[in-house]
Design a protein around this ligand. Structure first.
Ligand code: FAD
Length: 380
């Protein structure tokens, strides 16, 4: 049986980034990917937001560290991530009542600043200077200038390439079927082979993680899969977005792609079959996205729809923050999953923390909120 110090299961952004970090500290690492690199949530068209703005407050220390790391990644990895820091404007109108609306903005800004995230409330007049063409209903924005976007499959491949250059071995089309705990961890592979990890396994298989935990440890992790439908429309001549835009009440996120298309996302799900792992687009979600876009950026009303995609699902937890923790009762396996639709931005900091935990044996403080225990998960 082949023996290695560290095994990473899953070739998405979390797994490849962690393999890169581990290999950078001289560890003997193998990454196993069931399909191809970036074939899960870390793949697919468009761009992903790299944002601190609007995050759950428990994620702020982690995302602040991630935002420190992102600008240097292209140089460190020697490959492009497509990262652009163009700032996020989170838009608010006055029609919302309660704490989720504009009334909460001073409290949000105060909490984000306390966590080291630069941000400010922008009144309507100044908003027009930052981003012309926003619809009349919008009254305020929260500007987080250090937020941006990146190319998610390119980033995943860049981490993988750099990990290999540091000596990690990556095997695609190699699914792990079970982890057998003991003094070491034995991984059973779909190929019929077995692989022994003498130090740690990093389980970054996202959608497959609940099944692997159930089959290997008898642990029931309450996650579910959610595919976010995204739409691409043609930008009219002269229409440029200086920032990425978010409209929390409308569940709308608007980004410009490198090709000059306008990408709409924001969390509204299309259809998804968790058994087959196949998504279907939902016409009613498309209609809502287009009407939200027309209200938010009136110049884009009636824009030509170029593509609609619902091919990727992420995993969600009940409190919408991830699980990054050791398997209860078995600390040779560290798990990272349950990103709830916003794990891409965190990956550089999660990988740094996971690698440090795996190599040094101490759980980094920045991971403290992301426990199994908070979800009622313990060993059986
Ligand atoms: C449409 C959409 C939009 C999003 N937008 C944003 C955004 O704007 N900002 C943001 O921060 N995040 C965003 N996210 C979330 C983000 O993309 C994910 O949280 C992140 O990519 C998860 O990375 P991962 O490596 O954990 O999982 P994945 O990318 O899903 O990787 C898991 C990998 O494990 C492999 N695998 C599965 N089972 C096995 C097995 N048994 N053996 C070996 N390998 C296995 C899979 O094939 C897969 O490649 C979005 C997600 C989606 C779907």
């Amino acid at each position: 049986m082949e023996t290695v110090e560290y095994v990473v299961v899953g070739g998405g952004v979390a797994g490849t980034a962690t393999a890169w970090r581990l290999a950078g500290r001289g560890a003997d690492v193998v990454l196993l990917e069931a399909d191809e690199l970036a074939s899960g949530a870390s793949g697919g068209p468009g761009r992903r937001g790299v944002r601190a703005g609007g995050r759950d407050l428990r994620e702020l220390p982690l995302v602040r560290r991630a935002l420190e790391l992102w600008p240097g990644l292209d140089a460190e990895l020697g490959a492009p991530t497509g990262y652009r820091r163009n700032g996020l404007l989170s838009l608010y109108d006055v029609e919302i009542a309660g704490v989720s609306g504009w009334q909460s903005l001073p409290a949000r800004v105060q909490a984000q600043r306390a966590a080291g995230v630069r941000c400010e409330i922008v009144e309507r007049e100044r908003l027009d200077d930052l981003q012309p063409g926003i619809g009349d209903e919008v009254r305020f924005a929260v500007h987080t200038p250090d937020d941006g976007t990146a190319d998610h499959p390119a980033t995943t491949r860049a981490f993988a390439k750099a990990a290999v250059e540091r000596g990690a071995r990556i095997r695609e089309h190699t699914a792990v079927t079970k982890l057998v705990p003991g003094d070491t961890v034995t991984l059973e592979l779909a190929t019929g082979e077995r692989l022994r990890a003498t130090r740690k396994v990093i389980l970054a298989a996202n959608r497959s993680t609940p099944r692997l935990l159930a089959d290997s440890f008898g642990i029931s992790l309450p996650l579910w899969e959610k595919a976010t439908q995204i739409t691409f429309v043609a930008a009219p001549p002269g229409c440029t977005l200086n920032h990425q835009l978010g409209h929390p009440r409308r569940s709308l996120s608007v980004k410009m792609t490198d090709e000059g298309q306008v990408m709409l996302s924001g969390g509204r799900p299309g259809g998804w079959n968790p058994v087959t792992g196949a998504g279907t687009t939902d016409p009613s979600v498309l209609r809502t996205a287009l009407s939200d876009l027309a209200a938010t950026l009136p110049a884009l009303a009636g824009a030509e729809v170029l593509a609609v995609d619902n091919s990727r699902a992420d995993t969600s937890t009940i409190d919408l923050i991830p699980v990054v923790d050791a398997v209860p009762g078995f600390d040779r396996v560290l798990v990272a999953t349950g990103w709830s639709g916003h794990g891409f931005a965190l990956a550089p900091a999660v990988a740094e923390a996971l690698a440090s935990w795996a190599l040094d044996g101490t759980r980094p403080e920045v991971l403290q909120p992301f426990t199994f225990a908070r979800l009622g998960v313990g060993s059986v």
